[in-house]
Design a protein. Structure first.
Length: 328
């Protein structure tokens, strides 16, 4: 079994490598080639954290087989200088079932999530979109800027963060690492004004995006609220948008952004226009009008981690990277 650390994952699996893999993952999911139970979330009463597990099976000619992701979320970690989410992705040899590779899940998650948003933006954003607003300034904000920089020529980039120091650190990083000029904004509304491409990457429980803040024709990648008790978008913002998801089943069961307007009676279950994979397969339409607002609600699916895990393992083996560990 290969053990692959965070730095090696990032070296082997940049966003540009991940995007075609994630497009195929979404096609396979919506095409019925994937078996995934809903993720399991364990929230012990005697601990502040939680454990999430996402097993699955992916069929296909390549990057296929059994795999899982297991991650622990510890709210105290950022103050310790650690990631909020820590865990592993494990994939198994398709022939024998033996563990094939285990790798840092944080690095996989950062890249695959942004890559899926990149795929969604290519499919749903206007061709001339390039005024980007990023809400949040952490790991996902950075990887999403990388992805948006790949899929659209960016005319302007603005960032908002609850902490001004973090927004400034994001600005400095973007200039140094990507050569992208970023403006820091004092409020979400200021960042969103006139933006036609939006990435929300916060951990908020209360909406930071109001319907009135979204410009006509904007495309939103709503990424940060990945639990039922978290929301980034107001109910009115969701109701007024064409709503796309990675998985209908997951969105209806786990998305606070969708469940709130459902509960309030502003939308029905049919408000979901399509899964991203259906748009990519051509079985459902994507954007229909230049002025419509499109939202891609990303909760994250095990198929994304599993196919990413196989892609990283394949590249590591080809390049002789990672450490070999014998279970027996």
């Amino acid at each position: 079994m290969l053990l692959i650390d965070r730095a090696t994952v990032r070296e082997l699996y940049p966003v540009e490598r991940a995007m075609p893999v994630m497009a195929e993952a979404m096609r396979r999911y919506s095409g019925g080639q994937v078996e995934l139970p809903l993720r399991t979330i364990l929230r012990p009463e005697k601990d502040t954290g939680l454990l999430g597990t996402m097993p699955g099976f992916v069929a296909g000619e390549d990057l296929a087989g059994y795999g899982l992701k297991a991650m622990v979320l510890k709210p105290e970690n950022p103050a310790r200088g650690l990631d909020l989410h820590i865990g592993v992705v494990l994939v198994f040899d398709p022939g024998t079932g033996a563990p094939l590779a285990m790798m840092d899940a944080g690095a996989v998650t950062a890249v695959r999530t942004a890559a899926v948003s990149g795929v969604a933006s290519e499919a749903l954003a206007r061709p001339d979109a390039g005024d980007l607003a990023v809400l949040g300034s952490g790991v996902q904000a950075r990887s999403h800027l990388e992805a948006m920089h790949l899929v659209r020529p960016l005319r302007r980039v603005r960032v908002w963060s609850r902490t001004a120091e973090n927004a400034e650190a994001f600005r400095v990083w973007a200039d140094k690492e990507l050569g992208v000029e970023v403006e820091t904004m004092a409020t979400p509304a200021a960042a969103l004004a006139g933006a036609d491409l939006v990435c929300t990457t916060t951990a908020t429980r209360e909406p930071v995006v109001q319907a009135a803040d979204l410009a006509p024709g904007a495309h939103v990648n709503a990424v940060g609220a990945s639990f039922i008790d978290h929301r980034e978008l107001s109910s009115e913002a969701v109701a007024g948008a064409s709503f796309f998801v990675d998985s209908r089943e997951s969105a209806l069961a786990e998305s606070g952004d969708l469940r709130a307007p459902l509960t309030e009676g502003l939308v029905g279950p049919g408000h979901i226009r399509a899964e991203l994979g259906e748009v990519l397969l051509g079985t459902r339409p994507g954007r229909r009008e230049r002025t419509e607002i499109t939202v891609f609600k990303s909760l994250g699916l095990g198929v994304q981690d599993i196919m990413s895990g196989f892609a990283v393992a394949e590249e590591a083996a080809a390049r002789g990277l990672g450490r070999t560990f014998e279970l027996d």
